[in-house]
Ligand binder design. Sequence first.
Ligand code: SAH
Ligand code: ZN
Ligand code: ZN
Ligand code: ZN
Ligand code: ZN
Length: 496
Amino acid sequence: MDTSEANDDTLGIEVILPDGGKPAPCCPHGPTLLFEKVGKGGEKGRRFYACSACRDRKDCKFFQWEDEKVSEARVLAREAENQSKRPPFTQQEYCKRFRKFASLPLDEKKFCQDCQILLLPAEREAHSSHRSTAVTAAQLRRPSAMLRPLDNKKSNAQYLFTDRSSHFLLDTLAALGYKRVLCVGTPRLQELIKLRNLEQSHEPMKSLLLDIDFRYAQFYSRDEFCHYNMFNHHFFDGEASSAILQAFLTEADGEKVVMVADPPFGGLVKPLANSFSLISQTWGKLQSSDNSNSDMPMMWIFPYFFEPRILECFPSFTMLDYQVDYDNHPLYKHGKTGRKQSPVRLFTNISPRDVVLPKEEGYRFCSVCQRFVWSLNRHCTKCNVCPSKDGREWKHCSVCEKCVKPSWRHCQSCSRCALPDHPCGLTEGKEGCFNCGSLKHKRKACPVKDTHRVSRHRPGAKSGAKNVSHRHVFKAKGKRKSGAARRAKKMAALSV
Ligand code: SAH
Ligand code: ZN
Ligand code: ZN
Ligand code: ZN
Ligand code: ZN
């Protein structure tokens, strides 16, 4: 095992990526990941296997010490359990069902909301006590609007792009000449690609959705959906699915391929990066020899505060200023209590100057940085960058010789910039929590680290309103607290 890879972002727990040695035992979500507890002084604890996809034991209770002897009976029980968690139909059966369903007359097309499944006439009786709805042809093309978004906070919450963000993504990829989009955890993007193909005015694009949510299998053909776990690069249908990915990544007829991934934000960066690298390697092997050293074009959608971790894994990536936002975030639903800006960004190895961010939403091109930036992200001539990460206007501190958040002040006794009410003198040589900004703990111990999915729809933004304010990130109503406290409180409020 390569322990140099073994630092990740769970509470004092590091993940050790598989090195092709001893195979990990499987839970219903495929091969588990090997973790290691790390004590305060850095001493290593006992290693154990746990689920790759679920951070909460309530969602997947798999646990096994690395050196544990597992009885035959337990192995068999586990296999039975894994089997019982399989989807009710195979991908082939789903496809057949879909064709049947599509050919039904309108008044026979029903969707069972309780079971989240398209009903064939013979099945309606069995679901008669459930809530079911009629399905129009238009609805059938928008599964992400029909399926109830999964809302499991820790492992598998689904946050769907606003029209503004999904159209921006698609238009950008089309403008860059990509013809094949590998959608990893982006069902709404895949859906939009297919809808756009129906309009004759565009050159068609192909898409393949890889997602753990097998409800989507009902709506797509064999070569449009694979049941996949992005934390361990596991295809639930084995070889058949990895062959579909291979075929998709083979850029037949010179059709350029790009990957767009929007993983759950509670997810571990290292295993995700590992899976995306494996996808890129598969792509690389299929390239002609003159192109075999290049990287597959990718976009990874994640909050800005993960920038250092993502760049650690993918040094060639750039974080773009574009703010991705979502339709169904609780804050959006519950009115005006939340942030005005989304903290979610695009990380990409596509040249940032080629990703044109919409002027009418307040982005501009910085000719020095050679990238599009948010209007409040002013170029600093001393740092020679557009420094802002969070969308606010940062300011230069001549003592620290770098740009800092607007709420920070230079502190003489700490000889660094910090929040005005930081615990002074306690932080020499230490950085605060990377997640919430608190100086009292490190990110690993952050009490609100699982609640990153924070975003808000910006009213009017998609209609191109010019004066939409993106300004007040993290700004709390009422009495002002420290930035860290405010953020912690807000993040905590999100986790209900
Ligand atoms: N914004 C996207 C949805 C992102 S939500 C859109 O609008 O299309 C995260 C997505 O990742 C969901 O579709 C969810 O089903 C999927 N997902 C969550 N955990 C996963 C895992 N372990 N492997 C693969 N997909 C996963
Ligand atoms: Zn599991
Ligand atoms: Zn600049
Ligand atoms: Zn500066
Ligand atoms: Zn300073």
